[in-house]
Design a protein around this ligand. Structure first.
Ligand code: PLP
Length: 621
């Protein structure tokens, strides 16, 4: 694999097998056999679970939970830190029951808890059997109902912390405390001034939406004191934003958070927990660089920096080491899911054969056809200029009615043939950026069976890169380059930025397809945020989902299957009752039958075609 850089970004989970298949390896079994992903997809297909398909791998998730807990434990040991680590998983990063349940299960030995940012997420958190000393951290804007349930849950033995986002929220807490007669477990969110770089820079710094300034903190402390509740304030929280690219931003922010901790402690607040929020990133590109899609640190380095920084500030101030909490979501769940889709058809921007110009064709058509006679590496730019000039002129003649459809079709085909010859002569990609840029306009479009808006919303919204690679034939040099378009009717519905071995590229090297063999493409490490943020653009619903486990000796077990949305289901999400739709269609058929000459079998055929759509999948089947 010298093209896709799988070894660079694969995290040891994804690799290329000698037969050219993408392979997956169970990271929890050191000598596990690598299993072919195309084999898994074929096998799932035989069981009726077709692409487009979201594949979740249990051990990829388990490995991340173990990883973060072990990394913190090791850093704590190395730094002689006296506190412990208690992670919480932010439900918003992936709320799917199958995922949260597994996180709770895998996290139990480490007392890994959950973070809830809304009432539904609190309801999810409280429906789980967490370890005795695991925490539930409640962030976000909270009304009295939210706060009441959080406080009452303490009676059941949950360690539910209400993180105060504002002085006003404290008012509601005080009311509920009065009403229930139960003391709360409280946290306070501080607004750090350090600003991070990357996609989520706005989540940090002075203008970030959440958290309290120093004067607000002081008023909260005073008010709690007044009500005799200061002893309930145990946790300090801050969050800088997701996917922090630069570890030095982490260091600076943790330093600042620790200083707040010291000052609050000096104010008499009996803090025991320092919660540093999320932000631990994923190296999507494998570059190990501080940019939007990469990070310049490992999980071990992140943990070591957090522990050492807190340790240093606390030691200097002579304050007991707090329990460390992080709310890592992306790093825990991101690597565990991949989207697999099939290519449906291709629009090629070159042609291997071309017709001869007709004798009556405009002379520009023959001019175009003659370009290969002088095409050479030296005259490449000239040939490109000529080809686009002749074609543009011919298009102008067509628009004005001087040439007809068949002549234009011949010209277009000849142009594509010239392009095929130009691509053959052109230097390899990367040698001449000017030529590269022109040839990029001629890359193919591979039309694929997925919706960017449903399955990869961050690709659309914030240009987030996820590794993309064909699942098969990686031992064959790809002979084409393409962008991948989805099946929504939206020109934004395409992937046109790819992580390759030698950097980021606006097209994906890909193979010529034959009509018989299915060709699958995978988008990797999409477990964080994508499922949740995806939408119903064009009414494409959830894809099929398979949760699998990789066996030691190759092969896999299907742990859970979730069928994708049917058309009827997505209609109900947008306020249609599918039965009413069928009824309305049936009445229309019956009206037409009585007015026009529809036979009984026409009626049957029409209604069953409509029903088949309603009960079928939203994707190309
Ligand atoms: N905690 C809070 C308060 C958040 O807003 C977020 C997301 O931005 C997270 C945790 C999760 O962050 P990440 O996925 O970067 O770990």
């Amino acid at each position: 694999d010298s093209v896709y850089g799988v070894d660079k970004w694969g995290m040891g989970l994804v690799s290329v097998l000698p037969n050219g298949d993408i392979g997956l390896k169970n990271p929890l079994i050191p000598d596990a056999v690598v299993t072919s992903l195309p084999d898994i997809i074929r096998n799932l297909g035989e069981r009726g679970i077709q692409a487009p398909l979201l594949v979740r791998v249990g051990s990829f998730l388990e490995q991340s939970i173990i990883g973060i807990n072990q990394s913190f434990a090791e850093a704590i040991e190395r730094s002689d830190y006296k506190g412990v680590y208690r992670g919480v998983f932010p439900i918003k990063v992936n709320q799917q029951a199958q995922v949260v349940q597994r996180i709770v299960e895998f996290g139990r030995p480490y007392s890994h808890g959950l973070e809830a940012g809304s009432k539904p997420e609190l309801a999810v958190a409280l429906a789980h059997h967490l370890a005795k000393d695991a925490m539930i951290i409640c962030n976000g804007v909270k009304d009295a109902d939210f706060i009441r349930l959080a406080i009452l849950s303490l009676k059941l033995g949950f360690n539910t912390v209400i993180v105060l986002e504002s002085p006003k929220e404290l008012e509601t807490v005080l009311q509920v405390v009065k009403e229930t007669g139960q003391e709360p477990l409280l946290g306070v969110r501080v607004k750090l001034t350090n600003q991070i770089s990357g996609n989520w820079a706005k989540s940090s710094g002075d203008r970030s939406t959440f958290g309290m300034h120093t004067d607000q903190l002081v008023s909260v402390i005073d008010k709690l004191k007044d009500h005799g509740l200061l002893h309930c304030l145990k946790l300090q929280h801050s969050h800088l934003g997701s996917q922090i690219p630069d570890v030095n931003d982490v260091r600076r922010a943790v330093g600042e958070a620790s200083r707040y901790f010291v000052e609050l402690t000096r104010e008499g607040v009996p803090l025991t927990h320092l919660d540093l929020g999320g932000g631990l990133g994923i190296d999507y590109t494998g570059e190990k660089a501080a940019n939007e899609n990469s990070i310049n640190y490992t999980m071990d380095e992140y943990c070591a920096n957090v522990v050492e920084t807190v340790c240093h500030v606390m030691n200097e101030a002579g304050i007991d080491h707090p329990t460390l909490v992080t709310e890592s979501g992306r790093a825990v769940v991101g690597s565990s899911a991949m989207l697999i889709f099939n290519v449906l058809e291709t629009t090629l921007y070159d042609a291997q054969t071309s017709p001869e110009p007709d004798a009556e064709d405009h002379h520009l058509v023959s001019d175009l056809a003659r370009i290969p006679e002088y095409l050479s590496l030296d005259r490449l730019q000239e040939s490109l200029n000529d080809a686009s000039f002749y074609r543009d002129e011919l298009r102008a003649l067509f628009r004005r009615g001087y040439i007809g459809l068949r002549e234009m079709a011949r010209a277009e085909r000849i142009y594509l043939h010239v392009m095929a010859k130009i691509k053959k002569v052109a230097p390899a990609i990367g040698v001449d950026p000017v030529i590269d840029e022109q040839l990029e306009k001629l890359v193919d479009i591979y039309h694929c069976n997925f919706s960017l808006f449903q399955s990869l919303p961050d690709t659309w919204a914030i240009d987030q890169l996820h590794p993309v690679a064909p699942l098969q034939r990686l031992n064959e040099l790809p002979d084409r380059r393409a962008v991948l378009s989805d099946i929504t009717c939206d020109s934004d519905g395409k992937i046109d930025k790819f992580i390759l071995a030698n950097g980021v590229s606006p097209s994906l090297p890909i193979h010529s397809l034959d009509d018989e063999t299915p060709y699958y493409v995978g988008v990797f490490f999409i477990g964080a945020y994508q499922e949740t943020l995806g939408d119903l653009h064009n009414l494409f619903g959830d894809t099929n989902i398979a949760t699998i486990e990789l066996r030691k000796n190759g092969g896999f077990d299907l742990l859970h299957e979730q069928e994708g949305d049917t058309v009827g289901e997505v209609l109900s999400y947008v306020e249609y009752d599918p039965r009413d739709c069928i009824d309305a269609f049936r009445q229309m058929v019956d009206r037409t039958t009585s007015e026009a000459d529809l036979t009984a079998s026409d009626r049957k055929q029409l209604i069953s075609a409509y029903r088949a759509i309603i009960s079928g999948p939203t994707y190309y089947a």
